[in-house]
Every structure is written in C-alpha cells, then in structure tokens.
Design a binder for this molecule. Sequence first.
Ligand code: ADP
Ligand code: MG
Length: 679
Amino acid sequence: MLQDAVERIKGVGEKTAALFHKMNIYTKEDLLEDFPISYLQYPKLCPISEAREKEWMAFSLVLLEDARVLRNTKLSMLQCSAADESGKLLIQYFHASYLLKTLKKGRKLVFFGQVKSFRGHLILQQPKIFSLEEYEEKRKSLEPIYSLRKGLGNALRRKCIQEIFKEEPKILESFPRDFLEKEGLCNKKQAMEYLHLPKREEERQEGLKRLAFEELFYYSLFLEKEERDFLSLSGNEEKIPGKREEFQKGLPFSLTKAQSEALEEMDRVFSQGERLLRFVQGDVGSGKTILAFYVLFLMASKGFQTAIMVPTEILAQQHFQKLQKLLEENQWEIPIALLIGSSSKKEKERIYQGLKEGSILGVIGTQALIQEGLAFSHLKMLVIDEQHRFGIQERNRLEKKGENPHCIYLSATPIPRSLVKLLYGAVPYLLLSEKPANRLPIKNALFSPADREKAFSFIKKELDKGRQAYIICPLVEENENLSVESVTAYQKNLKQYFGKDYSFAVLHGKMKAGEKEQVMQDFSSGKTRILLSTTVVEVGVDVANATVMLIENAERFGLAQLHQLRGRVGRSELQSYCIFMDHKEDEKSQKRLSIIRDSNDGFAIAKEDLALRGPGDLFFGERQSGPLQFRFADPLRDEELFFKAREAAKTLLEEDALLERPEHQGIKEIFQSLLTESA
Ligand code: ADP
Ligand code: MG
C-alpha cells in the first residue's frame, strides 16, 4: 500500500523515520513523490594533463608509492602520489587508515573526485576508488541525487525506493492504454521507476517525458475549457467608457507609447461591452503596474470592484502605498484596502465586511485573497501581477469569486510568442515593448570574491552621490555545510566597511510582515541607504533612487531570476550598475554568468540560457521558483511536447466535452482535483 508509513519499509527504523518526517515524508507515496534533484553520470576518464581545477573528474592512475600516513597534521591524513603518462598528482584521504591495504605501489585504479591544487601540486581529496571494469560499468548508469539531510544519504534513499518497487506498488494511471500508445508514452508507474532508478539516460528521459506530458496535458485541458467558456460568454458586459485622459493628467509622468496603446486597447474592449482578458508581457521596469491602477480607477467609476493579486507581502504593501498616494494626490475618492496573510484579525474582518458589502472598491493582496471565506459584492476586474508565480488553481479560485470578471495577467517572464499561445490559449497578448524614455542600460560586471573590497568601494562611490544600494545573499542564516553568503553573517562585512558612514537594514522572508514593511519604508524613503536582502526583493520592488546592486553567490541563481533581481535597479534616469559575484568561478559558471553580464534583454538571456542547459541539466531542485509552477515540464525546453499535449487535450474535449465516457473517468477525476486542490 502506498499509504503505508515509511516505517513499514524494510530497513527503516524509528530513527530514520523521524528524519523522513522532518522532510515531510510520512508514507511510501511521499517518498515516491520526492524526486531526485539531479543525476550524477560519471565522466569519461581523462589524462592528468587535462585536469581542470575545481572540476569533478576521473583518472586511471598507477600508484607510484605505498600510501603513507602523514605526520605533523592534526587530521590523520593519508597520502600517496599517482601518475599516468601525462602527469602526476597527489591523492589524499582523512581518517582512512583502512585504505593502506588498497593503495599499494604499482596498482592501477580509477579515482573520481574534485580536482584541487596546492603549492603547485594537483590534488584529489577523498576520491572514490574503482577498478577499471567497475568504473566502465558505473559509466553506463546514472546515479540519482536526492536533496540530502543529515543521516539520510543517497544510498539509503535508493534502497527504500527499491524496496517499494519490489512490492509492485499500485500507482494510479489516469490515461487509457490506447491514449498512451498513441502518444508514445510509458505508463505512470514505469515513469516513476525510470526517474528514481534509471539504468540509462534514455530511461530517465522517457520517465521525465511522460510526467512532463501529463502536466502539460492537464494545463492544456484547463485552457481548452476556459477558452470554450470564454467564447460562450463574451459580448454581454456593461459598456464602460474610457477615462484615460483624466487618468494621464493625474500621473507624475507621461505614459510611454506602449502604455498608451495598452490603455487604448483596453478602453476599446470595455466601451464595446466585451470581456477583457489580456496577458500583458513586459520586461522588468517597463511600467506594467500602471495598467493595474488604470483598470481599478476605471472600474471604480462604475462602482465595480477590482482585486490585484501579487506574490509577496512586500510587493502588496508597495503597490498599496503607491496607489494610495496616487489617489490622494488627485483627490480621487476610491476606497481601497490591503489584505495580506499577516493583516491583523480585526483588519481582516473589516476588509471582509467591506468587500462583501461593496464599500471597498479596490483590494491589493497576496494569496490571502483566495481564502475560502472571502466574498465580494461585485468583483468585476482581476489583475494578477507576476502571474508566473501563481498556479492555475490560484488563478481559478480568484476568478470564481467574481462573475466572469475581466482579467489581466502581468508578467515579465520572457516567453516567445509561439509559447504564449500554448500557455495562455485564448487570452490575447499585449506586449509592453519599451521602457520609459531616458532609461540608461544597466552596466554590469562579473567579480570574484577576492574583489569584494573593490565592489564595496564602488558601491560607496554611488552612496556618496546620494544613491542607494542593494546587496543580495542567497541565505538567511549561515549554513556550516555550505559556503554560501547569508544576510546574517554578511552584516559584519557591511558594519566594517560602511559602518561609520552609511546605514543598512536587513530584509528576508522570515521576518514579520510589520518589520518587513518598516524596513521597506525606510529604504524607499532613503532613510536606510543599503538594503541587505535575500531574494524576497526579486519581484516588483521599486525604489528609483537605488542604482547599484551586488549579488553574492550569483552562480546559485537561475539567469531568469538574476535578470529579475537586477531589475530592481535601473528604474529611473540615473545610470545603474549590477555586480555579479561568482563564488564558483569554474568554466561553466563563468560562461553562464557572462550571458547576463553581456545582456540586459530578458528574451535574449532566456534563449541563451536554454541553449546552455543541455537536456540532462534539469532544474528540478529550483522547481518551486521555476517558471509557471511546473514540476517536470519546462515549457521552453518542451515546446514540442507542449504542442502535442495541447492537441491531445483538444481532441479529447472534441470527442467527449464533459468527460463522461468511462475510459475518461481517471482523467476527469484528476482534472477536478487539480482545480479544487487547496493552494
Ligand atoms: P514593472 O513593469 O517592472 O512592473 P513598474 O510598473 O514597477 O515596472 O514601473 C517601474 C518604475 O517606472 C516605477 O517607478 C514607475 O513609477 C515608473 N514608470 C512607469 N511608467 C513610467 C513612465 N511612462 N515614465 C516614467 N516612469 C514610469
Ligand atoms: Mg511589476
């Protein structure tokens, strides 16, 4: 039974079970659902002359001497030198006297490990040892790597999975057999086995293809349905005359041509009584927010409600303040509210009441907007900002709170036009193709940690001019196992360097909402000059006076994410700068980061990124932050598969629009559970 507790697996005792529980793994099924984050394929053997520092490589070597224990070292260290025709290197182990028997002069063995160098010697520390035959065999297989916790190694994970598959688990298959055959897909159980226990790369690919197809198929099914509903509903809306001139007069800047055209198009749709659905794409900083404010302004003039949903509390607070300011300055009396998870109970009650009665006309919020109990009196307009951060369930749940509301989805994700059609179906596409005038391209640099002083002194120069700076670290707290910068540990660097002259504040996701708000406010107003933050500022945050950003451990972020982060600067006519700090500095990371150093264009970056990521390089591990909330599929990489899934969904609905046939019950069940699943 897949619902069995993990304790029921042979070899899993109480202690191991407790460790699994910490990872939210309670049942066999949970274990199966926790997929490897990557796969190791052992590399080809390589001559020493081609060894590259920091890379993981394998060498076939002859030992030049018996291994010996080095004196005078605190750690008990074992060392021996080894060679091939092209060169020599040193092999070292700690606390490994049991290897003395193995490492004997004249033996020929394969060593796999990370290449280091010390005082002119090449060194392999703690390499894995194989015989030549063993290694050749290993090379044919793939080793899954799971996200690790202390005490739960890969070997154990693998054994558990093997045990589960031994019992012939009943893994539900929702697709009929001839459907699978027609699409050339393996069944679900097979796919899961391929991903966990692939014997060869082809198997892994096949398993992945099946699961990606499934995701894309249900996504397509949703779109197909939406499209059908939409077509049957359009054209019966109340006509709303445009007000863009009045709106423009109230703004502190004149709209870009792209923004004006977007407003014009929306006015046309509203004034003809059609339903407005638009997917708005515009690179970071192209000024998408103003479209959200305009539709809210327009709807309010008719007494209709608008909801703007954003992915983070910081962004919700910022939008709310900006909108409030705009309304106040123009004496536009539109009652608006801010609703986030951490709003006080009393405040929430007030807002719930106001939305239900209709006394609040605009609400800006996070996922708090899709809570069960929240109802609107006449929600007519929906804006989803940074829409790629939301799944279709969330979008769907918010839509259900109104009666076929108008919707606009805002996103900076660079997706090619052909894909937009697959991803957004009937939803027409609107491109904000330009940034406000007078924006200078951001100047970028790629630094190594050794140059940190230099980076700081550059930042200081900007601060001296009255500007502000962001410094981004990947972690909140120090992690002894990872040599990655954390905001907590980094503070002392800043104190040392900027302490006397400039104030800084810390921001991360674990802080309380009130604290985050205060920090953001102080930074927006210029009271704090440096913001030391995690990626919580990644989307949307807008402080025009900030002109320089330093990103530590840039190698740990996806390029799309770096592009978004960088979008926090370059938001005014001031020259802005971004420094990417590469802590890895191997060939691969340098190549990747040089893409973002050399381009400020989101589309171009996405394209090169894709080309660089071979089909073997998944980004499983960062899935949650990956585009569009797919776990297995990558719409960019899988465009062809996406087309097929879309076709399959269309055909299915043409044959059986209500999914009533018995052979489609499995599909129907999954589809419905996807739509109602709590977010
Ligand atoms: P994004 O598309 O990334 O969401 P925003 O809507 O946050 O961009 O806009 C970025 C910045 O540019 C904001 O400070 C905004 O006030 C400003 N802005 C927007 N439109 C214009 C414009 N037409 N002229 C000058 N500044 C603008
Ligand atoms: Mg934005």
